[in-house]
Design a protein around this ligand. Structure first.
Ligand code: ASP
Length: 326
């Protein structure tokens, strides 16, 4: 469910009753199943519009501040593309070292500032809870684009959209998550999102030192979803509908030698995939390092490049929603 509303003063012509108008998007826990289905519908419409006409004026006159304290290729550029395809404009702050952050400005002051110039703020930050903190001070809706090892809700939404577009359903699926489940924020959000659906079975496979965090597993257990941890893929691959692969998150390791030891623990190759179903998909939030070999890219089950395109449509839907146009 949406949290508090910002922007109480709507210009004429906007939809005062739009449920997500002026809301922050901080965690995947805010979304009910009905919300998720709504976003998927809007994203699907965005896809059709982009395919038909490319760019249109739904958010003409609106401004997005894209504030990234951590590296990003897809999230940052897809939010920019989303805003521009909807006719809006973007203030891009990808290199905080060139902004007043380098002079010691606090996050609350930085977002307060951007809230004066923009209608919505997208924030990526290395600290868990940074988006929630920013939302307190921004005066405009804040969208969490990744808060350290915490959550990445817009990625989970685009992951759900990918599964729906590719497999036609979000119920009755065996989803196997592979890789760095400890530091990979995308799997934390996706596991939580999948608790809204029925007939979901979750398998987790990771190096011993990088398991799915207990708090996420507890939440999944509370919702009654079966979940199991394995040390190898072979047992569960044949039953898997969605294989969700993540990179080992190098930037979260204090000891580089430990990273080196585990970084290539699992590698998906055409050979490995021989025992998988024909009708299944392999996803990855990207960037990929070594965990999926490039030889697999041509396989129709390799959905990760389509997945990043779906991100554009979902982010268009989210911007339209929080700006009262969907
Ligand atoms: N791009 C994703 C993220 O920001 C996944 C990753 O970096 O591995 O969390």
């Amino acid at each position: 469910m949406p949290t508090k509303a910002k922007n109480p003063h709507l210009p004429l012509g906007d939809h005062k009753t739009a449920p997500w108008y002026g809301k922050d998007i901080l965690s995947i826990k805010q979304f009910s199943r009905a919300d998720l289905e709504y976003i998927i519908r809007v994203a699907h419409e965005m896809r059709i519009m982009v395919e038909r006409i490319g760019t249109f004026d739904l958010l003409k006159g609106k401004i997005l501040a894209n504030l990234f304290y951590e590296p990003s290729t897809r999230t940052s550029s897809s939010f920019m593309a989303a805003m521009e395809r909807l006719g809006g404009a973007v203030i891009p702050i990808n290199e905080v070292k060139y902004s007043s952050v380098a002079k010691g400005e606090s996050l609350p002051d930085t977002v307060r500032t951007l809230g004066c110039y923009a209608d919505v703020i997208v924030l990526r930050h290395p600290d868990v809870g940074a988006a929630a903190l920013a939302a307190k001070y921004a005066g405009k809706p804040v969208i969490n684009a990744g808060d350290g090892v915490g959550e990445h809700p817009t990625q989970a939404l685009l992951d759900a959209f990918t599964i729906r577009e590719e497999l036609g359903r979000l119920d009755n699926l065996t989803v196997t998550m592979l890789g760095d489940l400890k530091y990979g924020r995308t799997v934390h959000s996706l596991a939580r999102l999948l608790t809204q659906f029925i007939g979901i079975k979750l398998n987790y496979i990771s190096p011993d030192i990088l398991p799915m965090p207990k708090d996420v597993m507890d939440e999944v257990a509370q919702k009654g979803l079966p979940q199991n941890e394995y040390s190898t893929l072979d047992k569960v691959l044949p039953e898997t509908d969605v294989l969700y692969v993540t990179r080992v998150q190098k930037e979260r390791f204090d000891d580089h030698a430990v990273y080196e030891k585990v970084k290539s623990a699992f590698v998906i190759t055409p050979e490995v995939m021989k025992s998988a179903k024909k009708e299944m998909i392999v996803m990855h939030p990207l960037p990929r390092v070594t965990e999926i070999s490039m030889e697999f890219d041509e396989d129709p089950r390799a959905a990760y490049f389509r997945q990043m395109e779906y991100g554009l449509y979902v982010r268009m839907a989210l911007l339209a929603m929080v700006l009262g146009k969907a």
